[in-house]
Write a protein that binds this ligand. Structure first.
Ligand SMILES: Nc1ncnc2c1ncn2[C@@H]1O[C@H](COP(=O)(O)OP(=O)(O)O)[C@@H](O)[C@H]1O
Ligand SMILES: [Mg+2]
Length: 368
């Protein structure tokens, strides 16, 4: 850890939103009142579909967009009425927003210059950040002479050079190709471990969320669906929305009816013992569905519609009681010639949700 690492670590601040809301006009509320607390040094990923309010939320924290109501506290200090430059946040954008006529060095040193920091110290700090980001050999190039990944690194360097307590990222990897996205993800995780600034990373990519986050905040139409660790979100989704947003392919959701003793699929096949009565949505992840064998074996009957071979495993799509169920199986190849399958849906892997609200019903199948 060098001096810059230590300085940033020391400055990490907690963030609290208290009743923060945003309406661009009288008819449409983009963010209904939101209460949330992010711990100092925590890496939060805000995940949600396009248009759900992710950028709006980030820009309100940065001060680029005004709140319509509520308070934002950074390190215990109310900042919602402060200029962006007084909030101690730095932001990295999807389109990098580098100054094209300046060199890499000048891009990174610019904010220090504006802040009146001496030339010798500017050079020292740029050199340290450039070393950290593997940019030392590129300091005299212009952004146009860099690859996408290098430009993204310059944007990150420019953000962290001011040693902000809060780092905000708005889909910073979306313009990169798949391999580079992966490499940059690893770099960002590594960088966060080193400098520990409180970080908020906005994305619609669930893989980025699962791999980077200490906690994932899932947004749906400006509302928090769930805010928890990647593990908890994967294993205990709080709603059908979350269940379907995380996982590839996403969780299967099947309508079921309970009679107080057994849950049945639409065609009457029994899937699990359960005390509940009425209509529910049953969830099971493709990787949790077990293929017992062909139709000659006991189990839940499904007929294969198509199969995708992904090398490491196969994904079968099968008709089950009028719905399509996806099954991820390493044994997919063995099942190629079997149109009818017998399935096991293990009780410990089942999720149950209310039909109207989509909210999870914890403990529906006894202790879980
Ligand atoms: N300046 C604006 N004026 C009016 N509506 C806006 C403005 N900016 C964003 N919106 C609307 O707010 C909603 C959320 O936008 P945004 O925060 O950009 O979503 P995301 O980043 O999740 O894709 C969208 O419906 C968008 O159309
Ligand atoms: Mg956005």
């Amino acid at each position: 850890m060098n001096a810059i690492d230590t300085a940033i670590r020391a400055a990490a601040a907690d963030i609290r939103l208290a009743g923060v809301t945003k309406a661009y006009d009288a008819q449409t509320t983009v963010i209904p009142p939101m209460d949330v607390e992010l711990r100092a040094g925590e890496f939060t990923v805000v995940l949600g579909p396009s248009g759900c309010g992710k950028s709006t939320l980030l820009q309100m924290i940065a001060g680029l967009e005004r709140v319509s109501g509520g308070r934002i506290l950074i390190g215990g200090r109310e900042v919602q009425d402060l200029e962006p430059k007084h909030r101690g946040c730095a932001m990295v954008f999807q389109n990098y927003a580098l100054y094209p006529h300046m060199t890499v060095f000048e891009n990174m040193a610019y904010s220090l210059k504006v802040a009146g920091i001496r030339k010798a110290e500017r050079a020292e700090r740029v050199a340290a950040i450039a070393r950290m980001l593997g940019l030392s050999d590129y300091l005299h190039r212009k952004p146009g002479q860099l690859s996408g990944g290098q430009r993204q690194r310059v944007a990150i360097g420019r953000a962290i050079i001011r040693e902000p307590g809060v780092l905000l990222f708005d889909e910073p990897l979306s313009n990169l190709d798949a391999q580079l996205r992966h490499d940059m993800r690893v770099e960002l995780a590594e960088l966060h471990r080193r400098i520990g600034a409180t970080s908020i990373f906005v994305t619609h990519d669930q893989v980025e969320a699962m791999t980077l986050a200490d906690r994932i905040l899932i947004l749906n139409k400006g509302r928090i669906e769930q805010f928890d660790t990647p593990k908890a979100i994967y294993h205990h989704p709080a709603s059908v929305f979350v269940a379907k947003f995380i996982g590839a392919p996403p969780m299967n959701i099947l309508p079921v009816t309970g009679d107080g003793a057994v849950l049945r699929l639409a065609d009457g096949q029994a899937v699990a013992g359960c005390r509940l009565k009425g209509e529910y949505q049953l969830g099971i992840r493709p990787e949790d569905v077990l293929v017992v064998g062909g139709a000659d074996r006991p189990g839940i009957r499904a007929s294969v519609r198509f199969r995708e071979d992904l090398g490491s495993h196969s994904v079968l799509a099968a008709d089950l009681a009028g719905s399509v169920i996806r099954i991820a199986t390493p044994f997919g190849a063995d099942m190629a010639d079997r149109p009818d399958l017998s399935l096991d849906l293990p009780l410990s892997r089942l999720h149950l949700f209310e039909t109207a609200s989509g909210r999870a019903i914890p403990g529906a199948f006894g202790a879980q």
